[in-house]
Design a protein around this ligand. Sequence first.
Ligand code: PLP
Length: 446
Amino acid sequence: VIAQTTDAIRAHELDRAHVFHSWSAQQLIDPMVVTRAEGAYLWDGQENKFLDFTSQLVFTNLGHQHPRIVRAIQDQAAKLCTIAPAFANDARSEAARLIASHTPGDLDHVFFTNGGADANEHAVRMARLHTGRHKVLSTYRSYHGGTQLAVNMTGDPRRWPSDHGSTGTVHFFGPFLYRSPFHATTEEDECQRALEHLEQVIAFEGPQTIAALILESIPGTAGIMIPPPGYLKGVRELCDRHGIVLIADEVMAGFGRTGTWFAIEHGDVVPDLLTFAKGVNSGYVPLGGVAISDAIYSTFAERAYPGGLTYSGHPLACAAAVATIRVMEEDGVVEHSARLGEEVYGPALRDLADKHEWIGDVRGIGSFWAIELVSDRQTREPLAPYGGSSPQMNAILAAAKGRGLLPFANFNRIHVVPPINIAESDARIGLSMLDDALADASFAQV
Ligand code: PLP
């Protein structure tokens, strides 16, 4: 074991004294000091090397320190670090053009935010003003961000402490065949029953009160459940029938994560608003936004949009987005992500499921995969309860880290979400570390 450097020790001490961390009991955490990172790898304060199968919070889509993104930020910093949103600026204009060139349909106007939660807040504000209605429908198995409205739209337990029922949010169940809320055993039935359920929720809430329906095109943190064929088309049709604005939250699934530029493309649907963040610039500088359809844009053509941010379209963040999107285009990163899903992650994770009793389900697409761990394959009893952890899950995560792999875990699931431009050889190394970690942990249980 290499002793920690003085800098690493100091960073840890000051963190413990002064940094207040997200979603944490402050005294019960022990953050790893990261001293450097490159591509899919990072190093802790003791020079231990880790392969990052999390892309941090699923945002370093092009890995760490990509030279072209770093250079774009440096060049922009030397030229013009910042300028207020009311001015036009080449980095911002080009980022908006590039984003619009990849969003589906007529989503050609971009409102920039600082991240995903505020993108969703603004998307709902636009929908409310466009429709003159108030309510928002969202799914229970979802995460839409940590601000007030966004966390209320969120379905997962992070909503509970902040849910005062004042934001007009109503939840419904999306399709999830492995744990079907509708007792379905086929994708067709799951799709049809999920749509019938949604139709009833709309009817009982009063269609004329519903401004928007927001969903993750493929739910991410909630478990990477790919909607069955026809589901998103059915949702689109219900929204059209009732004049409800459809918002696709592509904050996690967008920008190549699922092997297409946007995950909604798998459902062959065009939403009215599409929110993004994370992968738009690999998270090098905070950036999010809303891509807006012509119809909603028209609502604000001669009427002021009542919203804004000091840093909307920050030049450093936009320069990073321009470089990220160009690298993705020129290096065929989206195609690479799709191929890894088909040829590497899918087959390898299914092989793991054959070997390890704990794996109850494997699902995913592109570079967006989850394995669902269960204590019993027949009953599908989760290896950790909804909203919690368990000694077995902790043992697997510790074993993974012990082998040099950083895993993304949520309740009873491990998500395999490495940088989407990872070399195939590194992807295979990580999968074999995961294999070993599952074996280590199950031996330790015996
Ligand atoms: N929407 C989705 C689907 C997300 O996964 C996240 C973050 O994980 C958010 C919204 C919130 O984004 P941010 O943390 O940038 O506010």
